[in-house]
Design a protein around this ligand. Structure first.
Ligand code: CA
Length: 230
């Protein structure tokens, strides 16, 4: 299920730039120009994250954010403010407003997409169960341990993150770039080759024959796929 992002922004050009970039990164987007009915629309939409401009024609972003925090449906939805002036930042971060983050215009869309991803990830972590079983695997997030049958795997932190990703996304093919983005995030100095190295190490731990993998298979010319129950 793609994550849904509401873009509440009355500057049409900026709104469509955000719309374009977020859609391109696989998000489902909805642009709202900000009017009296915006809160109602947001409640119907139930987005996973709200980008909220401060200066809007109807109620301003601060007023809207307060209403969002009081709404039964939206109160826990992350709100990322788009502010035009740095002196608005203090108010955004004020507790009574309840914004989660802010970007000061002009900002790079790349940075914005990175922040959006980080917030949505944090949300997911909070909602995911601490322990999780998939076929012969048992994942304990809190303890950061993975067991295959009852044997505990010896994993580095990155290997754990990568295996956790595969265990929670079985049966789908991922390119090296997608894996880098999802598992390594915004870290620099990692290349697609890094993924191959970690996949090889994981295979040594989880496969009976590392050169004939059954769980972590290669998708030729694309990347990798994890078979939860081969
Ligand atoms: Ca505006």
């Amino acid at each position: 299920m793609p994550k849904r992002i509401a873009i509440v922004e009355d500057e049409a050009e900026l709104a469509s730039l955000l719309d374009y970039n977020l859609s391109h990164h696989g998000y489902e987007t909805q642009v709202l120009a900000g009017s009296e009915g915006t809160l109602k629309t947001l409640e119907n939409l139930k987005p996973d994250l709200i980008l909220l401009d401060v200066m809007l024609p109807g109620p301003d972003g601060f007023e809207l954010c307060r209403a969002i925090r009081q709404s039964a449906v939206l109160s826990r939805t992350p709100v990322l403010f788009l502010t035009a002036r740095s002196d608005e930042v203090d108010r955004v971060l004020g507790l009574e407003i309840g914004g989660d983050d802010y970007m000061t215009k002009p900002f790079s869309t790349r940075e914005l997409v990175a922040r959006v991803r980080a917030h949505l990830r944090r949300e997911d972590m909070g909602n995911e169960p601490a322990v999780f079983d998939l076929g012969r695997f048992h994942l304990d997030r809190g303890a950061r341990r993975v067991f295959l049958d009852s044997r505990e795997l010896t994993l580095t932190s990155t290997e754990f993150n990568l295996l956790e990703f595969f265990l929670t996304h079985p049966g789908r093919a991922y390119s090296r770039e997608q894996l880098l983005e999802s598992v390594w995030g915004e870290q620099r100095y990692v290349t697609p080759r890094t993924v191959d190295v970690h996949v090889r190490r994981l295979r040594e731990q989880i496969e009976e024959q590392a050169d004939a993998p059954r769980f972590l298979t290669t998708v030729r010319g694309f990347g990798y796929r994890f078979e939860g129950t081969p």
